[in-house]
Design a binder for this molecule. Sequence first.
Ligand code: CAA
Length: 257
Amino acid sequence: MAYETLLIDQRDRVVVITLNRPQALNALNSTVMHELADALASMERDAGVGAVVLTGSEKAFAAGADIKEMQSLNFVDAYTGDFIGGWDKIAGFRKPIIAAVSGFALGGGCELAMMCDFIIASKTAKFGQPEITLGIIPGMGGSQRLTRAVGKAKAMDLCLTGRMMDAAEAESAGLVARVVDAERLLDEAVEAAAKIASFSLPAVLMAKEAVNRSFEQTLAEGLRFERRLFHSLFATEDQKEGMGAFVEKRKPQFRNK
Ligand code: CAA
């Protein structure tokens, strides 16, 4: 399927989605939101897709929600229309999704990257929540996910001053999993996604679900949840295959069953 604001490139079991609104530094308008939700929904259904990489251009992963689109919104329209509420569908994607970030990841762009399972950044990446400079606050999770990722001090600093942090600061603060040279960015992300896609899909989905659950509940509940998922994986053929292969000193052939 062809999209107006996305490029889709499947490489074996990995799909690379590239945000493609260069004229607006990949600003996230409602077309991007609907197209991304549609693309991810079809990838969730497609057994041939094991993992997704979401990326932008060298200059911008995404420079935020589209300011020109929302400039004239009023409260009633925003509230009754649940403006930007559709991004929850992207955050709810069940398969692994890696953000490969180069250049600006600001406002909604930073928030979109944080909806992904982890972020691989190029040395040129810049992260920030500059909404305060526009007379608003983050609306796609910035005040919540950023705080969980980097802690209160840095989240307050970024949300209140609107300043950007570079890739090195983002990595040391815990926002970013890896920083690589700009030329390596996409290869690094695709290789990581391919590795994930080579593992047993049920185990991968449960690993993602378990880690995400840790942000939603107490440690005791989270540990119980993890143990139940762990037990359930012993019902899969892939557990027998994975452990059998280890014992027999061969490479496992997971069948996602
Ligand atoms: N929305 C709409 N258009 C945007 C945009 C955005 N968020 N960011 C950049 N653009 C457009 C610019 O208007 C410009 O278009 P024109 O050529 O038609 O004027 C084009 O992209 C190139 O941008 P610049 O000329 O500004 O490029 P630059 O290199 O000088 O600056 C930048 C880059 C620092 C990222 C600057 O574009 C900028 O500050 N962008 C806005 C960042 C921002 O405030 N993001 C938060 C948005 S609010 C939000 O995201 C709310 C939320 O939480 C959901």
